[in-house]
Write a protein that binds this ligand. Sequence first.
Ligand SMILES: NC(=O)c1ccc[n+]([C@@H]2O[C@H](COP(=O)([O-])OP(=O)(O)OC[C@H]3O[C@@H](n4cnc5c(N)ncnc54)[C@H](OP(=O)(O)O)[C@@H]3O)[C@@H](O)[C@H]2O)c1
Length: 350
Amino acid sequence: MTTFKAGLVGVTGYTGMELARLLCGHGGLRLVRATSRSDAGRTLDQLFPGLGGLPVGGLTVSQPDVDDLARACELVFLAVPHGTAMDMAAALVERGVRVVDLSADFRIKDPATYAQWYGLEHRHPGLIADAVFGLPELYAPAIRAARLVANPGCYPTSAILGLYPALSRGLAEADGLVVDSKSGATGAGRKAAVGSLFCEVADTFRAYNLGRHRHTPEIEQELSRFVGRDIRVSFNTHLLPINRGILSTCYARLARPATLAEVHAAYADAYADAPWVRVLPQGALPETKNVRGTMFCDIGLVVDPRTDRLIVVSCIDNLCRGASGQALANANLMLGLDPAEGLRLAPLVP
Ligand SMILES: NC(=O)c1ccc[n+]([C@@H]2O[C@H](COP(=O)([O-])OP(=O)(O)OC[C@H]3O[C@@H](n4cnc5c(N)ncnc54)[C@H](OP(=O)(O)O)[C@@H]3O)[C@@H](O)[C@H]2O)c1
């Protein structure tokens, strides 16, 4: 297998650490640069002793430097906050380096919508049209040809995969959709914050950002594509006292009377060629432990004829499927590698 040289900006964040873990088992990508402003000069196994003896463990962390990254790497992952990624992405793409951006900077196609939800003007609006939304099940051909991939957000990955068959096949009404999502605490990143402290997260459960979560426009943008018109979604988020995992319960009104068997057959057909989407048997519902550390999106279906509703439960690991694993799948596609390289992952147990 051809081996490509990869860089990772933001290796000390949760998604960066997850990517470093996944790259240990990848035959076609060699990590040659990993950056952090605070921890430059130390080796990865000094920072994360669990990487000791593994292929990436001896790599010395460097300062993020676009020229150095461009000289050393054929593809760079940007695992940094939004607002930071856009300048690096533009500079790297200009130098001919392929980029997978894990931040939100290139996901939203309309710069005004980005400015409204993220509170800052986009500094490279001309590059947004070039960026491909990196959901492999839906956009693999475009991802293969892309120089810049906007890796989807974690919540949007679960919501979009959960609702795609229902909307694209006209099973559900596009108006009045509710996506009720719960995430583990790594979703907020590794930076210190009172709200992420153990005693604030453990042994409790709370809602946050109801009606105003930044992933809303991304979900609306993609679901709108399925129905060919702009739609609105009530997207609401909750913080679970667990490290990893997202479970989204999506409520939609049935467009016409349908049985569970009918809806299940449509979902199974829509994802027949999608090995990472597991449409669970009728009557089964997903849970976070079954997808932990994997690329799987597990989908459970309920038809409630009493309320005329289709309920879709969609479950992923926010760090793997919702970020770094998906980024690796996109890199595989961009480089012409086996899409599943490094991603044949069974769930972490227990
Ligand atoms: N956590 C999730 O579940 C998740 C899921 C999907 C997408 N994402 C997105 O992925 C990105 C990374 O998320 P995360 O949770 O891994 O964040 P994080 O834990 O806060 O880590 C951020 C990383 O970026 C580096 N960094 C911060 N500011 C930087 C700057 N100005 N220049 C260069 N490097 C900088 C940090 O190291 P130094 O400060 O030492 O440089 C750190 O390594 C974010 O855009 C996030 O929205 C996260």
